[in-house]
Ligand binder design. Structure first.
Ligand SMILES: [Zn+2]
Length: 158
């Protein structure tokens, strides 16, 4: 059992993530705390892959395996601290913005950008199967750079 968060580490900078973890009934282990701090201490909301967070952790001197990063991220999703955004079968992002919202996804850079929920109008012309209800909708707009001299665009002269 790893309950050992030393006195020195337990000071100010960690206090609000300790709180955050306790409020969702997750034991504030050293690794959870360290990862939570990387995720939630940023000024803006973040979209990170497990691999990117793992690299970030190692760089910050946090000894943690990729498997632990995966497990921790999924635990955070389960308790509602993170949203999971699945782009395709091998690309998943973890989003610190847990409000309902949508995304622009730039294929080439892999960047994900938030779109507030009220800026996407969804007009669903179908009903869910009987006894089912829609609980969430998230839309990903996949982007590619416009082709600079594409012939099909030449018509667009103002
Ligand atoms: Zn987002």
């Amino acid at each position: 059992m790893d309950m050992s968060v030393s006195r020195a580490e337990f000071k100010r900078p960690y206090s609000h993530v300790v709180h955050q973890l306790r409020s969702v009934r997750l034991r504030p282990t050293r690794q959870r705390l360290a990862l939570a701090k990387l995720l939630f201490d940023a000024e803006d909301t973040r979209h990170v892959s497990a691999e990117a967070l793992h690299a970030e952790a190692l760089e910050a001197g946090i000894q943690v395996s990729l498997a632990t990063v995966y497990n921790t991220l999924h635990q955070f999703v389960e308790v509602g601290l993170l949203n999971e955004v699945v782009i395709d079968s091998n690309r998943t992002y973890f989003d610190t913005n847990t409000e309902t919202h949508h995304h622009f996804y730039e294929k080439t850079s892999g960047l994900l950008e938030d779109i507030p929920a009220n800026q996407v109008k969804i007009d669903l012309d179908a009903s869910p199967p009987p006894c089912m209800m829609i609980v969430s909708v998230d839309v990903v707009f996949r982007l590619e750079p416009m082709k600079a001299n594409g012939q099909d665009r030449a018509v667009n002269d103002n």
